[in-house]
Design a protein around this ligand. Sequence first.
Ligand SMILES: [Zn+2]
Length: 443
Amino acid sequence: MIKAYRSSILRFATQGVPRHCAVFEEDGLLVVGPNAQGQSVVQAVGSYRDLKDQFSGVATEHWPGRIIAPGFVDMHLHFPQTNVMGSPADGLLPWLENYTFPEEKRFAEADYSAREATFFIDELLRNGVTTALAFASSHTASVNALFSEAHARRLRLMTGLVLMDRNAPANVLNRAATQGVKDATEQSLIDSEALLQKWHGTGRLGYAITPRFAPSCSAAQLRGAGELAAKYPEVWIQSHVAENKDEIQWARELFPQSRSYLATYDDFGLLRERAIYAHCIHFDDDDRALMRATGAVAAVSPTSNLFLGSGFFDYAGADRIGFNYGLASDIGGGTSFSPFHTMLAAYYAGREGQTKPGLSLSPQHLWWQHTAGAAQALGLDGQKGRPSVGNLQPGCDADFVVLNPQATPLLAHKTARVNSLDELLFALIVLGDDRLIEKTVIS
Ligand SMILES: [Zn+2]
């Protein structure tokens, strides 16, 4: 059934510079209806005046004073770390040991995983996130629970079994088969392929091959992951790289034959399109060029990087060499599910000018990184017959948020005084949180 929504509408031009690519209709009309596959997509979008006669027979909801914007795309977060958020620690490695691993072991249990999956997806939707690439844990129960719940709620979600066969407590490592002779490494790859075949392409779900990070995986496990990635080019790969200097040194000691920490992944066939690497902070230009050449992309996770004191993503470096990136909450190293908090933290990370060139990311560019830009980085931009999310151009999945710029006294006070689109978007980024999201619509 075709439906229409009248409101202010934010979307992004598909061509042009991300800094200036926002398209804003003060009084707009968004028309949504099924495509040939039955998925609800944007049929038309533009000014109400231009479209109203063409769609005069279509039932229209009118939301004066509101803004319709694309559903947010979170490129990297950890489903089993919701309860780890806000845990005090001396940086990444102690934080993993003292908080993260003890919580993740609970996800061996199906009931616990199911309850946590419901809460996790509630939080994503409450914060306006309609597409996410998430880590599960090293237990198949966690993967099944998250996929089941996402499918029921019609969230577009990619996840996968965490591969880690060493350098962590036994209860968060992959396990050997209880019957037969498969060791933990072999079993983790068999389980990954079985989960991939069960879930990838079911509704809006996708599988992601998920080596936690090189130090937690044996060479045999990384090799097996790379073989899966070659066998299934349409599935995603997700991991971490170059977050923290101690972690880099550890990775270099474990894989001394590779040119760099990032190059380790390339040596095992784990850099390609649809390969998403969280952080990418401590890179040299050869690493940046390797990202560009392979089509791998960065999930920039600024609240996590600030919280753990890991460093600052070098936007100027990424743009100079030309590899793709988008934004991520990195729950639970990250401190908020809210895309507004993540966009503001990205602005802080961009401004920092002591360890790298500092710059002011434009409000349009920040928003784009968490919507259309993130979708493009994930390969969900409508190319090669793939779905398109994170935008509201015709043909895109009709996932959107309805923003209320009067949601708090301060937002109302400030947004009444803005004089340009950049001023409006920046006020929402700096002052916004989940209260700004009046509703999240998955059509
Ligand atoms: Zn992470």
